[in-house]
Design a protein around this ligand. Structure first.
Ligand SMILES: *Cc1c(COP(=O)(O)O)cnc(C)c1O
Length: 401
C-alpha cells in the first residue's frame, strides 16, 4: 500500500507549491469525519472553508448528483436543460431576488459581480465611460484572479501579478466614515464580505452593515455582499447580512452552494441589476450545468427548512461559550465569529497557528491556520454536539500542553 509520506513526497515533486497542506492524505470521508490512507480518522473542523457546510457525502446531495449523472451532465448554455429554470427560480426565491446568473467558482462569481456592477453603472446609473469605481475593504478576500488580486491588500496574494486592474478604492473594514468619504458620483458598487473569513473571521462593528446599506441606497450605489463563505447557513442565518436585517443589492454565492460535490457559484440580484445583460456579453461553458443545478437545487431545498441555520445557531452558541472559557488563560487572546464559525487568536508565545494545527492533527482534529497565530474553526453544520465537544477537548489539551 502507498503510504501518506510517499504520496506527500510525490505531490511535492509533481504539483505547484501554491499551498502548504497539513501532512495528512485523505482517502475517504463521511459527515464531519475524514479517514486517511493509513485508516486514521480525523474530525473535519474546517469544512472546506464552508464548501462542506452539509458535511462529506450528505445522502441527499449524493443522491441528487447520482440521479443527475444518469440523465445529462453538461449541455453548455447553447441549449436549455431541464434543471436550469428550476434551480434559478429556487435560488432566487431563497435570496428574495428576481434573477440568478450561475457560474462555477467563487472568484468567477466575484468577477461577474464586478462586471455587472460596472455595466449597471454605465447603462443605468449613467457613469461616464471608463470611470466606474468599486469601493472594497482592507484585508478582503474575494478570490485569486488578476482583477481580484488587484484590490487585495495581502502582499502574498498580490505581489508579482501586476499590472493591476484599476477602478477600485480600498477603505478600512468596519469604518463607515471612511466608506462614505470614498463613495463619489462614479462609484457603482461597494463590495464587502459581511464577515471577513480569510482575514480571521472578522465580524464588523454592530450597525456597520446597516450603515453600508443606508449609504449605498441614498447614493445610488450597489451594495454587493460576498457571502461565498459567510452565506448558506454558516453564521446561523441563510445570509450573514440578515443579522443586521440587511438585504444587499447583489448576493455573491459559492462554496456551500455546490454541496461539497461540484463547484457551483452564482450572482443573485433583481432585474434592474442583472437585467443589464444581453446575449454574448458574459458567460461560462460550465456555469449552470445540469449536474451543478441538480446539486444546487438540493442545497437550496435543504436550506429552505431552516434546520441547518438553526443547528449553526445553537452549536455556534455552544462553540463560542466554550471558546470563551479559553480566553484570559494567556493562551487564547481573542475569539471572534458568528454561528458555527470562529477565529481564535493564539498567543504567539504558544506557537504559530501552523504548529497548533499540526498538534491538533496529531490528536485527530483538522483545522487551518490563517495569518500567523489565528486558527479558523468552521466544522460542517451537521457535526454532532458530542463530536464538537471532543474536538474542543483536543484543542484544550493542545493549548494546555
Ligand atoms: C473562497 C472565497 C472566494 C473565492 O472562491 P473560489 O471558489 O476559491 O474561487 C471569494 N470570496 C470569499 C469571501 C471566499 O471565502
Amino acid at each position: 500500500m502507498v503510504t501518506s509520506a510517499e504520496l506527500i513526497a510525490s505531490s511535492d515533486a509533481h504539483s505547484a507549491h501554491n499551498y502548504h497542506p497539513l501532512p495528512v492524505v485523505v482517502s475517504t470521508a463521511d459527515g464531519a469525519w475524514m479517514t486517511d490512507v493509513e485508516g486514521k480518522r480525523y474530525l473535519d473542523m474546517l469544512a472546506g472553508y464552508s464548501a462542506l457546510n452539509f458535511g462529506h457525502g450528505h445522502p441527499r446531495l449524493v443522491a441528487a448528483a447520482k440521479a443527475q449523472l444518469d440523465r445529462v451532465t453538461l449541455t453548455s448554455r447553447a441549449f436549455h436543460h431541464e434543471r436550469f429554470a428550476e434551480f434559478c427560480a429556487a435560488l432566487g426565491e431563497l435570496c428574495g431576488k428576481e434573477m440568478v446568473l450561475p457560474m462555477n467558482t467563487g472568484a468567477e462569481a466575484v468577477e461577474t459581480a464586478v462586471k455587472t456592477a460596472r455595466k449597471w453603472g454605465y447603462r443605468v446609473k449613467g457613469v461616464p465611460d471608463g470611470r466606474a469605481k468599486i469601493v472594497v475593504a482592507e484585508n478582503n478576500f474575494h478570490g485569486r484572479t488578476t482583477t481580484i488580486v488587484s484590490f487585495s491588500t495581502d502582499e502574498e496574494a498580490r505581489a508579482d501579478f501586476g499590472p493591476y486592474t484599476p477602478g477600485f478604492e480600498i477603505v478600512p473594514y468596519g469604518d463607515l466614515a471612511a466608506l462614505e468619504a470614498a463613495v463619489d458620483e462614479d462609484t457603482v458598487a461597494v463590495l464587502l464580505e459581511p464577515v471577513q473569513g480569510e482575514a480571521g473571521v472578522l465580524v464588523p462593528p454592530a450597525g456597520y452593515l446597516a450603515g453600508v446599506r443606508e449609504l449605498t441606497r441614498s447614493r445610488n450605489v450597489l451594495f454587493v455582499a460576498d457571502e461565498i463563505q459567510s452565506g448558506l447557513g454558516r453564521t446561523g442565518a441563510t445570509f450573514a447580512c440578515a443579522h443586521e436585517d440587511v438585504v444587499p443589492d447583489m448576493y455573491v454565492l459559492g462554496k456551500a452552494l455546490g454541496g461539497g460535490v461540484v463547484p457551483v457559484s452564482a450572482v443573485v440580484a433583481d432585474r434592474d441589476v442583472l437585467g443589464v445583460y444581453r446575449p454574448g456579453e458574459h458567460g461560462s461553458t460550465f456555469g449552470g450545468n445540469p449536474l451543478a443545478c441538480a446539486v444546487g437545487l438540493e442545497v437550496v431545498a435543504m436550506l429552505r427548512t431552516g434546520e441547518y441555520q438553526e443547528r449553526a445557531r445553537e452549536l455556534g452558541e455552544h462553540l463560542h461559550r466554550e471558546l470563551g472559557l479559553l480566553t484570559g488563560e494567556g493562551v487564547v487572546r481573542e475569539v471572534r465569529g458568528r454561528g458555527l464559525w470562529a477565529g481564535v487568536d493564539i498567543d504567539p508565545a504558544h506557537g504559530t497557528g501552523r504548529e497548533i494545527s499540526e498538534r491538533l492533527m496529531e490528536r485527530g482534529v483538522l483545522v487551518k491556520d490563517t495569518h500567523g497565530s489565528t486558527l479558523r474553526i468552521a466544522p460542517p453544520l451537521v457535526i454532532s454536539k458530542e463530536d464538537l465537544d471532543w474536538g474542543l477537548d483536543q484543542l484544550r489539551a493542545v493549548l494546555a500542553g
